[in-house]
Design a protein around this ligand. Structure first.
Ligand code: SF4
Length: 527
């Protein structure tokens, strides 16, 4: 069979479509499908503006800082909001008990976490099930996949029904809006510019707090002092968002608090980038075997991926898809299609949004003391990845994981890359187990470890990480000794010079990037 396309005239196309439609009708008749109605899910999503004062929005699913700040930001625009605990192994068990078989582990963790929270309200705090159904709403992100992400909302509903909360409302951002329903009532969740601005700012502020924490904690002199300061920062920021005060001023107050943490950056630590599936690399609990805390305990500096990267990736995707749609023979009329829309204007708006997010992130980072942090350039990542993983493939992180790994090696960003790959994750299996083997054979300098996160193999996973981390530590040490050799400094001289200098021992000082580890860069800066 030839795989060449045949150009049909309009008349021939109509003829072909009529023939196909007649064939479909005949087949439906033959198989007895004509009377069968499509399955329509009975979805409870009514949340009206009049219910807002006595309805609590439950929020969860990101890092602890993000959940906390998003919650405060929504409270600042008039919602009653509550965060749930970080999903743990008990949540996974609830997910497995009430969810369908064969889901990916983030589905089990997140769905189970909601069920666990509601069961606790009902069984331990004595709130009647009907009252929970009437006065709580769960807010989450939705999507059409193409992986299991498209099934999350249905999974939530199935598990809630089986756990005794039939009719509990699970809302996605996509379902919300400021429009009026058939009843004429205004919707409870009003996603407008004010809502988006509040959420985006809280996510970016959460990123900056997390990033500076991961930068400082491995080098703290007094154990626990960074976390104490970070808790104060989260309180300052949450208070600011909840009362609609100046975020810049709050970040400056956080900077003054973080300045009090004593730091010693002359310790040799390997930098480990944590990448992989979005939820698994972001959560800080059983969903990734507490990987960030484990790596730090084992003597590494963790390079986390912020939510801002994800925002930039989504805008990049929209721009890419728009460019592809422009090449179609005719404008498509799907939801994201270009029929009746100005494609050039859309591109400019996307570009504006992309750079506005970068500018906002950079200004928050600068005020907080997070100097020289570079957000990934999405075009660059896409170009790096495209030879090995198509930029058109969607699901999970798309091509990002591949592009990031190449970027990490080429630009000496880290000593090791750890990819968390949830059990049952379709996109991650293709990337971490498939394409990345090709990348590591082409870039042999990469120390890459994919870890499957099932939720119940923590000891195994940690032991695999320890083995690979040993290599990363050796690499970091060799790099440091080479720098001392090249600069003619002894270790004692280097340490003495750093401790005697206010500039080099400042908490927020960031030596110019030359190699992955901060200590080696500091050697070059001192020399
Ligand atoms: S990317 Fe993987 S883990 Fe995440 S929702 Fe899709 S299938 Fe599940």
């Amino acid at each position: 069979m030839s795989d060449e396309y045949v150009d049909l005239s309009a008349e021939e196309q109509l003829e072909l479509e009529a023939e196909l439609s007649a064939f479909a009708d005949d087949e439906a008749e033959r198989l007895g499908l004509t009377e069968r109605a499509h399955y329509v899910e009975n979805v409870a999503t009514t949340f009206t503006a009049s219910q807002r004062p006595h309805t609590t929005l439950l929020v969860s699913g990101l890092s602890m800082a993000h959940d906390h700040l998003v919650c405060a930001a929504l409270a600042g625009i008039g919602y009653k909001v509550q965060t749930m605990d970080v999903p743990d192994v008990a949540a996974l068990q609830f997910g497995k008990e009430f969810g369908n078989r064969g889901q990916c582990s983030p589905t089990y963790f997140t769905v189970g976490n909601l069920v666990k929270h509601l069961i606790k309200l009902r069984d331990e705090e004595g709130v009647p099930a009907q009252q929970i159904i009437d006065s709580y709403v769960f807010l989450t992100a939705g999507g059409c996949g193409p992986c299991r992400f498209g099934m999350y909302v249905t999974e939530y509903r199935k598990a809630l029904r089986d756990a005794g909360f039939d009719g509990f409302r699970v809302l996605t951002f996509q379902m919300a809006g400021g429009v009026r329903q058939a009843t004429g009532e205004e919707l409870g969740l009003k996603i407008d510019q004010g809502f988006a601005w509040q959420v985006v700012r809280s996510l970016i502020a959460g990123d900056c707090v997390n990033l500076i924490g991961y930068r400082m904690r491995p080098y703290e002199v007094i154990p626990g002092s960074t976390n104490e300061a970070l808790e104060d920062c989260k309180t300052i920021l949450a208070d600011t968002f909840a009362n609609n005060r100046s975020v810049m001023r709050a970040l400056y107050r956080c900077r003054r608090r973080l300045r009090k943490v004593r730091i010693d950056r002359t310790q040799v630590k390997p930098v480990v980038s944590l990448i992989g599936e979005f939820w698994a690399m972001t959560t800080e609990g059983g969903g990734n075997y507490h990987m960030q805390a484990f790596l730090e305990k084992e003597g590494a500096e963790v390079d986390i991926q912020g939510i801002t990267n994800w925002l930039l990736f989504m805008i990049w995707e929209a721009g890419w898809d728009t460019r592809r749609r422009e090449t179609l023979r005719q404008d498509d009329e799907a939801k994201k299609g270009l029929a009746g829309k100005d494609a050039a204007k859309k591109q400019w708006l996307l570009k504006g949004g992309y750079y506005a997010i970068i500018a906002l992130f950079n200004s928050y980072a600068k005020v907080l003391g997070l100097h020289d942090y570079h957000l990934p350039d999405m075009n660059h990542i896409a170009t790096l990845a495209e030879k090995h993983y198509s930029n058109d493939v969607r699901g999970g992180e798309g091509h990002m994981e591949v592009g990031k790994l190449i970027h990490f090696v080429e630009d000496q960003v880290n000593h090791m890359t750890l990819s968390v790959k949830p059990f049952g994750c379709m996109p991650s299996s293709g990337v971490s187990d498939g394409v990345q083997s090709l990348i590591t054979s082409k870039w042999p300098g990469a120390i890459f470890l994919p870890i499957e996160t099932t939720g119940d193999q923590e000891v195994n996973a940690h032991s695999r990480v320890q083995m690979m981390l040993f290599k990363a530590k050796q690499k970091a040490r060799a790099e440091y000794e080479r720098a001392l050799d090249e600069t003619g400094l002894t270790e004692d001289e280097f340490k003495a010079r750093v401790s005697n200098s206010r500039r080099w021992s400042r908490n927020f000082f960031r030596p110019k990037h030359k190699t992955a580890s901060v200590v080696t860069n500091l050697v070059y800066a001192v020399a």
